[in-house]
Design a protein around this ligand. Structure first.
Ligand code: S3P
Length: 165
């Protein structure tokens, strides 16, 4: 079984995904991690040097590969749903869970983050609100289940995801 976690940066995809994988006895994969292994530098550096479109091309390839490696829990980058081909591939091959959080909650978690290129702006809360407006419909279109993350503990979230499977 392939379980895919989608959602905005800071929604807990990697943290929840890692615990979920342990509980289910499945390997955990993280598309951002595989992208960094391929480009040989941080995503932030790559964005600065090559631009977002080049990053999205690599992300699309990595997602296609990761949906074909067999059963696992896959945490995707927050922008993985931007391309229709990714949305279609993820929904067709996996059980897709959207970890939904309000932009204000994401801001609370990410306000000291220096690694996410899209949040290195003067007003990251406003940026998160804009990303939410743009992407919430795309996450909903891609997913089979929506989990409201709010502030429950990681293990509560893992239980909530497991109840949906
Ligand atoms: C991005 C989110 C990041 C990473 C890249 C772009 C986005 O992943 O893929 O910085 O477009 O929202 P996380 O969601 O793990 O932060």
């Amino acid at each position: 079984m392939l379980i895919v976690l989608v959602g905005l940066p800071g929604s807990g995809k990697s943290t929840v995904g890692r615990q979920l994988a342990r509980r289910l006895g499945l390997p955990f994969r993280d598309s951002d991690h595989d992208i960094e292994a391929r480009i040989g530098c941080s995503i932030r550096e790559f964005f600065e040097r090559e631009g977002e479109a080049a990053f999205r091309d690599i992300e699309q390839e990595v997602i296609r590969e990761l949906t074909q490696v067999g059963p696992c829990v896959l945490a995707t980058g927050g922008g993985a749903v931007l391309r229709p081909a990714n949305r279609e591939q993820l929904r067709r091959t996996g059980c897709v869970v959207y970890l939904r959080s309000a932009p204000e909650e994401l801001f609370r978690r990410l306000r000291h983050d220096s690694q996410r290129p899209l949040l290195q702006v003067a007003d990251p809360l406003q940026r998160l609100r804009a990303l939410y407006e743009e992407r919430d419909p795309l996450y909903r279109e891609t997913c089979h289940y929506v989990i409201e993350t709010g502030r429950p503990s990681v293990s509560t979230l893992v239980n909530m995801v497991m109840m949906q499977l």
